[in-house]
Design a protein around this ligand. Sequence first.
Ligand code: ADP
Ligand code: ADP
Length: 237
Amino acid sequence: MIEMKGVSKRYDNGVLGLNNIDLRIEQGEFVGIIGLSGAGKSTLIRTINKMIDTTAGELVVNEVDVTQLKGKSLRQFRRQVGMIFQGFNLVTRAKVVTNVLNGFVPDLPFWRVLLGYFTKEEELKALAALDRVGILDKAFTRVDQLSGGQQQRVALARTLAQNPGIILADEPVASLDPVTAAVVMNDFKKINQADNISILINIHHVELALEYCDRIVGIRDGQIVYDGPSDQVTESI
Ligand code: ADP
Ligand code: ADP
């Protein structure tokens, strides 16, 4: 469960990225965060795994006070919270399976993965994660040979291999064409339903959010202006 009470984020330049956010997300929810550019979506999602520090309020994730985390406990916490970015953050010149392996052996420097410092069991787990997102046949292909949609599925597999309880996705479909974006959203949906993983996704395509997410949180000027089931969203937002 994610619980925010009165959470604010004031950036060093004085901009209030988040302004007094109250939000509670239960395990297994699939939440789409929508809003215009600059509304605070990215700030919101990045406070949850402490990529961005809050400046006021309470933030508790699975009974852990995120505001107090640092060092080893922060690293352990982040292992339970998968993060997916618009730009995929993959090592494009490496093979798909190598990228996935690096996801769930996070303490292993990438060069060790490249040199094959991982067990057969770990490799099998990586392959299983690729199978789940339908790209097992690309396991030994270099990432830069894949389409954008396939690369985003590699990123998803890498996160899944980490066995997270929560996945945070910051505009994961923004750079994809509409058809591929729908395929990737469908992958998120399947994973959410199969594993009860909570998924929070920043998305500016409102139609996609309404179609695939169960709950919509609308943000404007760092504040929540809408929060409700996606099938009850009206034209007013
Ligand atoms: P969104 O993801 O909805 O586009 P952001 O969370 O990126 O919005 O930004 C929210 C507000 O915070 C914007 O006004 C943005 O300019 C500001 N902001 C974001 N990051 C920084 C930063 N590192 N320093 C100062 N202001 C920032
Ligand atoms: P180490 O420093 O021991 O290698 P990291 O803190 O880099 O460990 O990584 C631990 C886990 O947290 C990895 O799964 C990594 O992908 C993730 N992670 C690290 N930094 C961030 C971050 N800023 N935001 C999101 N996830 C992160």
